[in-house]
Ligand binder design. Structure first.
Ligand code: BTN
Length: 248
């Protein structure tokens, strides 16, 4: 049975990064690693749980975090609010998975493999702490997802196959995230934002967002979509779901 002991090596010998993951704390079960990081976290410390009983998703949704199946973790950062963390996280996931598949970043910050969402990112802030939470579905079979997500969600096992080791993936992600956080702390926001915008490949595409359809003309500095609708009107889309109308 998988549990937090899967992360023992990482806890004992964390990666030799500048900040992110120099300390790793593993739980068998916790309500939410993001909640814990916001309440008790230290700068750069990573909280990983085998299971979350109240995992949090975007837009106030719950994040299904069953034991042994996924990589559920949060990087705590202290100090000023760093823009660009969600972009950096999506790129880190893409780059770590890219050796074994062709992952895509989907606006705003999902990572898809074969069109299925394998990962979600949630950044939360409270007082001087930021929690960068990442959920990555690793060992799920389709039937392990709640029925309402089965069509859209996937895991590394189900979409890519082969052997996946959660601690190994986490170690690789922490090394990438460390580089990005260092870059963001030294004025590298635009570099990361533009790499993320390139990865999305959205400009010029026809999309639907709610009851609006139009063409994406730009992504603004905060990552919002600038949508031009028929007749010439412009709208900014900051959150929610979009559908590509012109294929992959
Ligand atoms: C999404 O809705 O796409 C974002 C999901 C983020 C889930 C992760 S799992 C680890 C961390 N702890 C939480 O409670 N949520 C994030």
């Amino acid at each position: 049975m998988a549990n937090a002991s899967d992360y023992d090596d990482l806890v004992k010998s964390p990666p030799s990064t500048h900040l992110v993951g120099r300390r790793v704390v593993a739980f068998d079960a916790i309500d939410s690693t993001n909640k814990y990081a916001l309440e008790q976290g230290g700068d750069g410390t990573v909280y990983v749980a085998d299971r979350q009983t109240a995992g949090r998703g975007r837009l106030g949704r719950a994040w299904h975090s069953a034991p042994g199946l996924g990589l559920w973790f949060t990087v705590c950062l202290e100090g000023e609010d760093l823009g660009g963390l969600t972009f950096a996280a999506a790129l880190a996931l893409r780059d770590v998975l890219a050796g074994r598949c062709d992952p895509r970043v989907k606006w705003p910050n999902d990572v898809l493999v074969n069109g299925k969402k394998v990962s979600g990112i949630l950044v939360e802030r409270r007082r001087k702490r930021t929690a960068l939470g990442i959920g990555l579905n690793v060992h799920h079979r389709p039937e392990d997802f709640p029925e309402e997500f089965r069509e859209k969600a996937g895991s590394l096992d189900s979409e890519i196959g082969g052997e996946w080791n959660r601690a190994g993936v986490l170690r690789a992600l922490l090394t990438h995230l460390d580089r990005s956080v260092m870059l963001l702390r030294s004025d590298g926001f635009e570099e990361i934002r533009s790499a993320w915008a390139d990865a999305l490949n959205l400009v010029g595409r026809r999309i639907r967002s709610g009851d609006r359809t139009g063409v994406v003309t730009a992504l603004d500095g905060l990552g919002a979509i600038v949508l031009e609708v028929p007749g010439g009107g412009r709208h900014r889309i900051r959150n929610g779901e979009i559908t590509l109308l012109d294929g992959e």
